[in-house]
Design a protein around this ligand. Structure first.
Ligand code: 5AD
Ligand code: SF4
Length: 471
């Protein structure tokens, strides 16, 4: 059951935020400076969006933000559970904070997000990380003020596990956005698809959509705030509205947001190929503010593996949709997720995936080595692929995709593209970085401000990035 957090419950949280503020006021006047927080985020865009809410709530409570954990009085680690690697990183980083707490005993450390929505991980934190003050699963995010208040006043450690299948929607939480001109906008939460490898339905609860009124209101506020680029978020945006409306879905939502006055670009992720329809593509083609960008995770090119993954589409139906998208949205930037070494993947299955990549020719592929996740069906399959074979296939796939990405990027040579500038490049301090309307990464020389649109002439192509100069 989806629980809509009531206005009264949210009011209570506001009162707790106020109480925390009073305590912090006392502490900061003793010390002569404000207390600071740092949120450390792992995982997907949904988690980044959640972290912006966590930061919003903390700032409401009177904490100031710092990017340096060494300066922080409160560190919150927002974790991911999709692959083991993400969990290992979050655990090891949390482990390092032990030293910070030894130096500053008043430091408060919290762990939240998908990883600790799993009972065994919450227990790990509770018993093996005694310096962690509190941990809570994804459904408790909105209760951060009362959690902090309880820890500040009662000194007891707190550990909150999500109820099985629980899912809620909390509207109007404060938000502190990382970027003034790009913004996330969650349209739905959770997932009902139960792909056999995936932990998400177990940690983020059942699929639930926000009302169109709430979403459109938030979109209008973002646009009024000067946001130029909005990414609609959901684990499977194409099933938007199914739990709420008989005849209003994602395509309708896209049209309605597109109709809002203002100069902005709309993109979305993620689409499940089984639910992405021609109607969606037609809507994208028709909506002038919708970016020519489609992230459509294929996962495998073998129908036999797709079936075992419970993906409920075939390579053929997938390819048909891609052809339709390319016909209707010229120049669409197409990206995908691929899992390598899913249990039972034979050399033939893997070859089918490689063939699919060669045929479809994605702009970019996010490839992942299959990672066993507790409580998922695939973790129990007996024919797990050995690590060395997984690693070897993964490298072969990267090689293939690098070549394909490079060739596609070469078609941009000498062309001029519009780029939204994100400031100085992280890899080269002499260059600026940004993204095209289709979402391609561009590194370029010239002068431009963060958040400014510029025209860039492409002079060099690399597999993952276009290089150019401002016209
Ligand atoms: N192992 C490897 N990759 C996974 N993904 C999801 N679950 C797993 C797993 N157990 C990948 C899928 C998904 C992306 C977000 O993460 O490709 O689309
Ligand atoms: Fe996981 Fe599949 Fe849901 Fe994506 S659609 S979150 S891969 S279960």
């Amino acid at each position: 059951m989806t629980k809509i957090i009531s206005k009264e419950e949210l009011e209570y949280q506001k009162k707790y935020a106020e109480k925390v503020r009073l305590i912090l006021n006392g502490l900061s006047s003793e010390r002569g400076e404000a207390l600071r927080f740092s949120v450390v985020t792992y995982g997907c865009q949904q988690n980044e969006a959640d972290s912006e809410r966590l930061a919003g709530m903390l700032s409401d409570m009177g904490y100031e933000k710092t990017d340096d954990v060494k300066e922080a009085d409160l560190i919150l680690v927002n974790t991911c559970a999709v692959r083991e690697h993400a969990e290992v990183r979050a655990l090891s980083v949390t482990g390092q904070y032990k030293h910070l707490k030894e130096k500053k005993p008043s430091l408060m450390i919290g762990v939240c997000g998908c990883m600790v929505s799993q009972e065994h991980r919450l227990d790990d934190i509770k018993f093996k990380y005694p310096y962690v003050d509190f941990a809570f699963g994804t459904s408790y995010l909105w209760q951060l003020p009362s959690i902090i208040y309880a820890r500040l006043t009662k000194k007891k450690r707190l550990f909150m596990l999500d109820a099985e299948d629980e899912g809620n929607i909390a509207e109007d939480l404060p938000v502190m956005r990382e970027c003034s001109y790009r913004a996330w906008l969650s349209v739905m939460y959770g997932c009902n698809n139960y792909c056999t490898y995936c932990v998400v339905p177990h940690v983020r609860g059942r699929e639930r959509s926000r009302t169109k009124e709430d979403i459109i209101k938030e979109a209008k506020e973002l646009i009024a705030d000067g946001v130029k680029d909005i990414t609609l978020l959901g684990q499977n945006v194409n099933s938007y509205g199914k739990t709420l409306y008989p005849d209003y879905g994602f395509a309708e939502l896209l049209s309605d947001i597109n109709a809002i006055d203002g100069d902005f670009t709309l993109r979305f992720m993620t689409s499940h190929p089984k639910d992405a329809t021609k109607k969606l593509i037609d809507t994208m083609a028709r909506c002038e503010k919708c970016a020519p960008q489609l992230h459509l995770p294929l996962q495998s090119g073998s129908d036999r593996i797709l079936k075992r993954m419970n993906r409920r589409y075939t390579l053929e139906s997938y390819k048909e949709l891609v052809s339709y998208a390319r016909e209707k949205i010229p120049g669409v930037v197409l990206t995908s997720d691929i899992i390598v070494g899913f249990p039972g993947e034979t050399e033939e299955d893997f070859d089918l995936t490689m063939q699919a990549l060669s045929d479809i020719k994605y702009d970019m592929v996010y490839s992942f080595i299959y990672s066993k996740r507790k409580n998922t069906p695939a973790a129990e399959y007996e024919d797990q692929v050995p690590d060395d074979i997984k690693g070897e296939r993964f490298r072969r796939m990267l090689d293939l995709q690098n070549g394909i990405g490079q060739k596609i990027n070469e078609t941009y040579l000498n062309k001029t593209v519009r780029v939204l500038c994100d400031g100085i490049s992280k890899t080269d301090a002499d260059m600026l970085a940004g993204r095209t309307d289709g979402g391609k990464n561009v590194c370029f020389s010239g002068k431009a401000e963060e958040g400014e649109y510029v025209n860039v002439k492409i002079t060099e192509a690399r597999p993952f990035v276009l290089i150019g100069e401002i016209m």
